[in-house]
Design a protein around this ligand. Structure first.
Ligand code: SAH
Length: 232
C-alpha cells in the first residue's frame, strides 16, 4: 500500500550540512534547533500540554538522501565501514521509506506567530521535514536492560584542540563559549567517513552555526587529536 505523509514542520538547525552531524541525537548536547510548525499544525492547541515533557520523539524524513534509494545491506560506521549488515539492523539514513527517529530535548515552546519548539541535542540537518512529534515517556521508552551487541555504548571521543588564533576569535565571538563547546562535541565524534581515515594530510571544512570550521587530524603523543585550524 502507498501512503503519503504531510510535513508538520521544518527544522532550523545549527547543522547547515550533513557532514559532521553526529550519528545519533544527544551526542552533541549543545546542538540547537528550532522546529517551526507549518499550517494547519501551527496552532497553539496542537502543542497544548507538551511543555510538561522534557524530551520528544521526532519522526522525520532523511530528505537529503531520498533520491539515492536504499540497499538491503549497509555498512555501519560503527563496524569500521567494511562489514555489512541488514538495513533494518541499522540506523542507516538510506532506508526504503526514508524515515528517521530521534529523541531530542525540548528547551522551550514559543507561541507568538505560530508555533516554534526550541530543541537541543538534535542530529538533524537544517531544513529537515518533520512528520510526527510525540512526548518521550521515560517509563516506557527508557530500557536500561536492553542490549545492542556491536554498538553497546557511545563511540569513543577524540580530543579536540584549538589553534591559538581560533581561541582569540572565539573569545571575541558573541556566542563564543557555546560555539567552542558545540565544535568540541561535534568534532570529538570523528566525523570522517571510514574510507578517509588513512589520509592524514587532509584538511576538512564544515559549516556549523554560521562558522566555516577548518580542521585536521594530528598525532600527539601517539594519539590522534583534532586540531581546529581556522574559523571563517
Ligand atoms: N536518530 C536518527 C538518525 C540517525 S542517522 C535515526 O536513528 O533514525 C544521523 C545522521 O543522519 C546524521 O549524521 C546526518 O548526517 C544524517 N541526517 C540528518 N538529517 C538528515 C536529513 N534531513 N537528510 C539526510 N540525512 C540526514
Amino acid at each position: 500500500m502507498n501512503w503519503s505523509l504531510d510535513s508538520l514542520g521544518i527544522i532550523h538547525s545549527c547543522y547547515q550540512e550533513k557532514f559532521a552531524v553526529p550519528r545519533q541525537p544527544g551526542l552533541a548536547p549543545s546542538a540547537r534547533a528550532t522546529l517551526e510548525l507549518l499550517p494547519p499544525y501551527n496552532q497553539p492547541e496542537c502543542v497544548e500540554g507538551l511543555e510538561d515533557f522534557s524530551h520528544l520523539w521526532l519522526t522525520f524524513l532523511f530528505h537529503q538522501n531520498l533520491e539515492q534509494g536504499w540497499k538491503p545491506r549497509v555498512r555501519p560506521p560503527r563496524l569500521g565501514g567494511n562489514q555489512k549488515i541488514g538495513v533494518f539492523a541499522s540506523r542507516s539514513t538510506f532506508r526504503p521509506n526514508g524515515l528517521g527517529l530521534s529523541v531530542v530535548k525540548l528547551e522551550s515552546i514559543e507561541l507568538q506567530q505560530g508555533v516554534k519548539l526550541h530543541l537541543s541535542g538534535v542530529d538533524l540537518v537544517d531544513g529537515t521535514p518533520i512528520v510526527d512529534i510525540k512526548p518521550y515517556l521515560p517509563w516506557a521508552d527508557s530500557l536500561p536492560d536492553a542490549t545492542a551487541s556491536w554498538a553497546p555504548e557511545p563511540p569513543p571521543l577524540l580530543r579536540v584542540v584549538f589553534d591559538a588564533r581560533v581561541e582569540q576569535q572565539l573569545a571575541h565571538h558573541t556566542e563564543g563559549v557555546w560555539l567552542r563547546q558545540l565544535i568540541t562535541e561535534v568534532l570529538a565524534q570523528d566525523p570522517r567517513p571510514a574510507y578517509q581515515k588513512n589520509d592524514p594530510q587532509r584538511i576538512y571544512g564544515v559549516m556549523l552555526a554560521g562558522a566555516n570550521v577548518k580542521f585536521a587530524f594530528h598525532q600527539q603523543n601517539e594519539q590522534e587529536v583534532i586540531v581546529v585550524l581556522e574559523l571563517g
